[in-house]
Design a protein around this ligand. Structure first.
Ligand SMILES: *Cc1c(COP(=O)(O)O)cnc(C)c1O
Length: 380
């Protein structure tokens, strides 16, 4: 039986992308390596619609977040940290370890921020040097209105640092246009590659900040990474994860040729279809306000006491979901990063139906008609 991974990272990596990683090693100081670096770099810049460089650092998304913090935050800096979940808290903790003075702004789990929340916090803390935003809060399934939040920060205001680990490649995210200053992502979610290399992007203003201070991290010194990227033969300061670059080059090629706009739309369509079918089955969605529901993943509340058994039943049927990161209520999270059409949508909803029936829930079989109509845009 084929297994289907619906966890929000890593995701099912399509065959062509996986085998691309098996190509022979090359020297990371060779011309052929520079071609790979250049190709990936060009594709990432087009994805972000930016002319500023995109640095790839070895490590997962958490490493990329750390790279932002150690290059841009100094001890004693006032940093306003907006958090609506586990990943917002993680970014806060990473920033606090640089010696920043953290000003926490928290909202209830399952809710998202607005531009007004940002305006209010900035009015209270006019001396802040940076703000921390989470684009897509993967622990709850909330997508924050990043463009609106960033536009609430004055252009000469604090640096806007964004965790885009679970949004890049799945949800529109345009840091240059949206006046963001620093962005961190990963390879294993929206970009459909194996985990292990992470894009980091800085605005011109953030590069100025990074260049004028001595980065306390040797390995994550972004100015050094940029210097190597801008050599006549673009390369890395240290040995890069060569195989992962091959896979990422393949995934970016496939996704770019498919078209990023189309990719964003198909991710969102999958999410809407799944949300509608869950509700038709009688499940409650963790994110109550539809505006904040993530196109990248759906967090579904499990009936009291049934969560573990439904997760196990799904697993037995071949679908792996991720458990929510909160104790109460028990949620299961399903990611929508893998490319797919109606067959994949019905696979997921149909398997959840089967698991729920197996666990003795009385589920309305009309969910599939609702899913089909939603897929076709006949109902919202
Ligand atoms: C996955 C994730 C992270 C952590 O990324 P790793 O690749 O596991 O280090 C950070 N923030 C968000 C929003 C995430 O979804």
């Amino acid at each position: 039986m084929q297994k289907h991974l619906f966890t929000p990272g890593p995701v099912n990596v399509p065959h062509e992308i996986r085998i691309a990683g098996a190509a022979p090693m090359v020297s990371h100081r060779s011309e052929s390596w520079s071609c790979i670096v250049e190709e990936i770099h060009g594709r990432l810049k087009r994805l972000l619609e930016t002319s500023e460089p995109v640095i790839l650092i070895p490590g997962s998304g958490t490493g990329a977040l750390e790279a932002l913090a150690v290059n841009l935050i100094s001890p004693g800096d006032e940093v306003i940290s907006f958090s609506c979940g586990v990943f917002g808290e993680r970014f806060r903790e990473i920033a606090s370890r640089t010696g920043a003075k953290i000003i926490p702004v928290d909202i209830a789990r399952g809710q998202g921020f607005t531009g007004d929340d940002v305006t209010a916090a900035l009015a209270e803390h006019p001396g802040a040097k940076a703000v921390l935003f989470t684009h897509n809060e993967t622990s709850t399934g909330v997508v924050n209105p990043l463009k609106e939040m960033a536009s609430a920060v004055p252009v000469d205001g604090p640096l806007v640092l964004v965790d885009a680990v679970s949004s890049l490649g799945a949800i529109p995210c345009y840091p240059s246009k949206w006046k963001i200053d620093a962005l961190a992502s990963c390879s294993q979610k929206g970009l459909l590659a194996p985990p292990g290399i992470s894009p980091v992007w800085l605005s011109e203003r953030a590069w100025e900040t990074a260049k004028t201070r001595r980065c306390p991290s040797y390995y994550f010194d972004l100015a050094l990474h940029r210097k190597y990227l801008e050599k006549k033969r673009p390369q890395n300061p240290y040995t890069p994860p060569v195989s992962l670059y091959y896979s990422l080059a393949a995934s970016l090629q496939i996704l770019e040729e498919y078209g990023w706009e189309k990719r964003f739309e198909s991710t969102a369509r999958m999410a809407r279809t799944f949300e509608a079918s869950c509700e038709a089955m009688g499940f409650e969605l963790f994110v109550g306000d539809a505006r904040f529901r993530s196109p990248a993943l759906t967090s579904v509340v499990m009936p009291s006491g049934k969560g573990e058994t439904i997760k196990k039943a799904l697993e037995d049927l071949g679908v792996t979901a991720a458990e929510g990161q909160e104790k109460e209520p028990f949620t299961l999270r399903f990611a929508h990063y893998s490319p797919g059409g109606w067959p994949e949508a019905s696979l997921l909803t149909g398997t959840l139906f089967g698991a729920a029936e197996k666990c003795g829930l009385d589920v309305n079989p009309g969910f599939i008609e609702k899913a089909w109509k939603t897929w076709n845009g006949e109902v919202r």
